[in-house]
Design a binder for this molecule. Structure first.
Ligand SMILES: Cc1ncc(COP(=O)(O)O)c(C=O)c1O
Length: 463
């Protein structure tokens, strides 16, 4: 190979500074773009060549195409006018941590493949357990532990596999329970893990699981010869941020010998503020828990944390040690090999960006950030309630409010479409049962009271 083809250190340095400028300029100018990309399906693909380049191309050409071809197809998740789905917020320190991780380019699959990648991860997940007020037993210093992986979907899959391995019956008789508001990753994970019975349990008026309906379903399944094996409680459901009663679910799980998993993908970040922790009372009774710093904690995607109360069942379910991975440190039993804690072998150095974020903002900085979003959401909810043209369809304990036009489904759907078509904001239309609703999720890094006022003016104008 011609080594002149590599980007030499001086060019890398120059291009690197330009790239940082590019990202900084993008974030400064982000409000100039339509929040949601207006391109038609296939438009970006058509603008790109059918085949990869045979010959090297100048870096300038790549950057030009980034600006001219790729940027029109970007939906601006980092816009302060982003109110769709849940946030996927990021921050300067997180991006810089990501650059450092990419620069080091380590594969942290085993302790021995980069000791710092493992040990920093252990420290950061243990810090987070304390910061979120999670049970002390979940720390690596006790019998539990946490691991950083890509997504909450991965975490839930791992929980399901672990539960399957220690369940008292063959997989075709095991049953998984969750409310009908549970994220689809539960059903997907159950399917991948081979479960054949997944029960979507009814919810109450506030979209939290109906515990009596859960118990009835369990009794019916047992009477039919099936084996209850897994129950998922969600703290902050995707549609409305409803909160399942963790303690009651976990007590039921203990009685029935089921694994109890808590999905706090979005709301988990709020637990850094003690005033929200009562929403997940009962955690000391659950087996596993997951949340996404990549949603609401200033850490760019991907960064999920999965905790277990006891790491042994997880390791029993996931550990395989082929000869080529054997090494002295692993065999000594003195180190953690995180490859045993999730599905893939290879693993990115994700703890670095989270460590940068925690050190840059400090816990107090992150608390202030979360509290401000919740305050903005509560203020907007108050305005919407006072207006008379809208109703709130669910409680709004965090940064999400879900509204509906009093004129009904068509008016609600029309409002969502007008808001999104304006290019000025992004919201998510949804349905709850068969009722149309509109989700407004406040949590973007740069969203201020001024932005939320602009959103309210648009709603007022377009309703
Ligand atoms: C409650 C809940 N669980 C799980 C997920 C899936 O998260 P991920 O994309 O990290 O798999 C989401 C995504 O919004 C969610 O809201």
């Amino acid at each position: 190979m011609n080594h002149d083809l590599h980007m030499d250190p001086d060019e890398f340095r120059r291009r690197g500074y330009e790239m940082v400028d590019w990202v900084a300029d993008y974030l400064v100018n982000i409000e100039q773009f339509p929040v949601t990309s207006p391109v038609a399906p296939g438009q970006i693909r058509k603008a790109l060549p059918d085949t990869a380049p045979e010959q090297p191309e100048p870096f300038e050409a790549v950057m030009r195409d980034l600006d001219e071809i790729i940027m029109p197809g970007i939906t601006h998740w980092q816009s302060p006018h982003w109110y769709a789905y849940f946030p996927a917020n990021s921050s300067g320190p997180s991006l810089l941590g990501e650059i450092a991780a990419a620069g080091l380019g380590v594969q942290g699959m085993l302790w021995s493949t980069s000791p710092a990648a493992t040990e920093l991860e252990t420290v950061v997940v243990d810090w987070m357990a304390d910061l979120l007020g999670l049970p002390r037993a979940w720390k690596t210093t006790a019998q539990g532990g946490g691991v950083i992986q890509m997504s909450a979907s991965d975490a839930t899959l791992v929980a399901l596999v672990t539960a399957r391995e220690q369940a008292a019956g063959p997989v075709d008789r095991l049953v998984v329970y969750a409310s009908d508001q549970t994220h689809s990753s539960l059903e997907k994970g159950a399917r991948i893990a081979g479960f054949q019975h997944v029960r979507a349990i009814d919810v109450d008026a506030e979209f939290a699981i109906d515990i009596a309906a859960l118990q009835d379903a369990i009794a019916a399944d047992k009477a039919a010869g099936l084996v209850p094996a897994f129950v998922c409680a969600t703290v902050g459901t995707t549609a409305t941020t409803a909160i399942d009663p963790v303690r009651a679910i976990a007590e039921t799980a203990r009685r029935e010998g089921m694994w109890c998993h808590v999905d706090a993908a979005y709301a988990g970040s709020a637990m850094i503020c003690p005033e929200f922790r009562h929403h997940q009372d009962g955690l000391e009774l659950v087996d596993s828990y997951t949340f996404n710093p990549h949603k609401w904690m200033l850490t760019n995607f991907d960064c999920n944390i999965y905790y277990v109360a006891d790491r042994q069942p997880l390791l029993n379910a996931m550990s395989i040690l082929p000869p080529y991975l054997r090494n002295e440190a692993t065999l000594s039993g003195e180190v953690i090999d995180y490859r045993d804690w999730h599905v893939p072998l290879g693993r990115r150095f994700r703890s670095l960006k989270l460590w940068f974020v925690l050190r840059h903002y400090g816990a107090e900085g992150i608390r202030a950030f979360i509290r401000e979003h919740v305050r903005l959401a509560q203020d907007l909810a108050a305005k919407i309630t006072a207006d008379g043209r809208f109703e709130l369809v669910a409680p709004h304990p965090f940064g999400l409010i879900v509204i509906r036009h009093v004129d009904g489904d068509a008016a609600t759907t029309r409002l969502a479409k007008r808001l999104n078509d304006s290019g000025k904001v992004a919201v998510t239309p949804t349905t709850l049962g068969d009722m149309a609703a509109l989700r407004i999720s406040i949590g973007s890094t740069r969203t201020t009271a001024g932005h939320v006022n602009q959103l309210w003016s648009l709603i007022d104008e377009m309703a």
